[in-house]
Design a protein around this ligand. Structure first.
Ligand code: SF4
Length: 505
């Protein structure tokens, strides 16, 4: 690859890695993995090699607790087999059942029966010998290239044909990029490799590019494997990434792809004409936002997924997830989105008036819940920042000045709050007598005041200072402590207590 190609390769890799981190910060540990010790794969606990082998050969996902249990049970059963009288399977001469068929049809038991002896023999080879040496580890350590490591592995463990050898290596954390269909399809689409006949047919070119990325970026192969696996929706990375990270999948989500400008597929074919509803349906059921909402709970969904659930459908060539991602990217944050007007939302292709209203209605509900009482009542107030955090959602976006009385008990917990006035704050709108009447009626041990400045600047006006002095004076007459008067701006606040301004006139 020429230097220009090298630069494009580095650029593309960094773009997809940044995209993954922005989409789901939870992927940090996977896509920013520190440089692995090269010998990590050689330092696994003894049972790990056998369990990884069995999981791959039997097509069992060991990332789930049930899968791990199943593998261990099979391992126990196989280790209790009698010593084989010779090598080979019970039905010598018959080829082992193909892995994919085994996976798809669930004929695992039949496979186990047919290959029990060769499986038991393979497991014996994965145990340390009398001197504590692992034949597998020694063989892999002596292999100068990945190609030779795979050949040695297949000689020792004949059931590791096709992609299974790579899957096994990835599971024991040997540095390898799994050349599965999803990753190869992605490499081909962006133009890093030529036409690929089938996933296992020509992995050489694929390995050369993967090793080139390692050489250029200094990242370990395992990180390259994780990044391209997540982006291309590879089966082995799905549990780690959820669906929002997988973009270059069967029906590629080109409209929101960060590689559009350098992708051969996109350059020649343009945006694929996909039906948005079908695009979501192409995701595995477990990865669809609605299923994830039901199984994991709303707090475990990303902002993109929650927004996708609100808008329900996408637009031509965009799934609801694509459209949600685009909306959030346009405004930069949820908070900025909550300030957007209907007109601004409707400027996004695929967002009509109905969708824009749905988004604004959902955000308004969230805003009301945040400070409409439910979250503030019962909360403890220890400092001015607590009041700001509790009432910011209610007041920061108000278009008019609103003045609230906060009633607290002896332990400074909020009992109630009352809207005293709405409109320009002047002495004629906030009457100390009325305010104290409400405080006394609620048997307040302490009170606080809070109001907003729609201009966004929280600095107190002369009226604000004067009203505060009169309220503090009135509270003293009734023997009620005034904790604070907080003015909320757009993203900041002013506290009279913090500025030592709670004195009487
Ligand atoms: S532009 Fe489309 S085809 Fe190309 S890498 Fe992105 S999602 Fe895949």
């Amino acid at each position: 690859m020429n230097p220009a190609g090298d630069l494009a390769l580095i650029d593309a890799f960094e773009k997809i890695r940044s995209f993954l981190l922005e989409t789901d910060p939870g992927l940090q540990a996977t896509v920013l993995a520190p440089l692995q010790k090269t010998a990590m794969w050689a330092e696994q606990p003894p049972a790990e090699y056998a369990e990884a082998f069995l999981g791959v050969v039997l097509g069992i996902d060991r990332q789930t607790a049930a899968g791990r249990r199943m593998v261990r049970e099979h391992l126990r059963n196989l280790r209790n087999q009698p010593e084989p009288s010779g090598t080979g399977s019970a039905s010598e001469g018959e080829p082992p059942m193909p892995h994919r068929a085994l996976f798809k049809t669930g004929r695992r038991e039949a496979f186990l029966k047919k290959n029990s002896k060769v499986l038991a023999e393979s497991l014996r080879r994965l145990l340390p010998d009398g001197n504590g040496r692992f034949a597998l580890v020694d063989a892999l350590a002596g292999a100068p290239t990945l190609r030779e490591a795979v050949a040695l592995l297949r000689k020792m463990l004949p059931l590791l044909g096709g992609l299974r050898a790579f899957e096994f290596l990835a599971q024991i954390r040997y540095p390898v990029v799994v050349p599965d269909g999803a990753r190869q399809r992605f490499y081909q689409r962006v133009g890093w490799v030529g036409e690929v006949v089938s996933a296992a047919a020509h992995p050489q070119e694929f390995f050369e590019v993967s090793e080139r990325i390692v050489h250029l970026t200094g990242e370990p192969l395992s990180t390259v494997n994780a990044v391209v696996g997540l982006f291309s929706g590879s089966r082995d990375m799905r549990t780690a990434g959820g669906d929002s990270a997988a973009v270059c999948v069967g029906r590629p989500r080109c409209p929101s792809c960060v590689l559009k400008t350098q992708c051969s597929f996109y350059r020649y074919r343009g945006e694929p004409k996909t039906n948005a509803t079908r695009a979501i349906k192409t995701l595995a059921v477990a990865e669809q936002p609605r299923t994830r909402f039901e199984t994991l709970g709303p707090s475990n969904l990303s902002e993109i997924e929650l927004l996708a659930l609100i808008i329900r459908t996408g637009a031509e060539g965009k799934s609801s997830l694509d459209l949600a991602r685009e909306i959030l990217a346009r405004f930069g944050s949820l908070e900025a989105l909550s300030r957007a007007g209907l007109g601004e939302l409707c400027q996004i292709k695929g967002v009509g008036r109905a969708k824009a209203i749905e988004i604004q209605a959902a955000l308004e509900l969230g805003r009301r819940l945040q400070a409409g009482g439910g979250m503030a009542i019962g909360a403890a107030v220890r400092r001015s920042g607590d009041l700001f955090a509790l009432y910011r959602g209610l007041l920061a976006h108000e278009q008019q000045e609103s003045f609230y009385l906060i009633v607290l008990n002896a332990r400074n917990r909020i009992q109630k709050h009352f809207l005293i006035s709405r409109g320009t704050l002047t002495g004629s709108l906030v009457h100390p007598r009325e305010v104290m009447k409400a405080a006394v009626k609620e048997a307040a041990a302490a009170i606080a005041f809070i109001h907003n400045h729609p201009s966004g600047d929280p600095d107190p006006s002369e009226d604000d200072r004067e009203i505060t002095d009169r309220l503090v004076q009135a509270a003293r007459l009734f023997g009620i402590r005034v904790l604070d008067h907080v003015i909320i701006g757009r993203d900041n606040y002013f506290s009279f207590a913090d500025h030592n301004l709670l004195h009487e006139g």
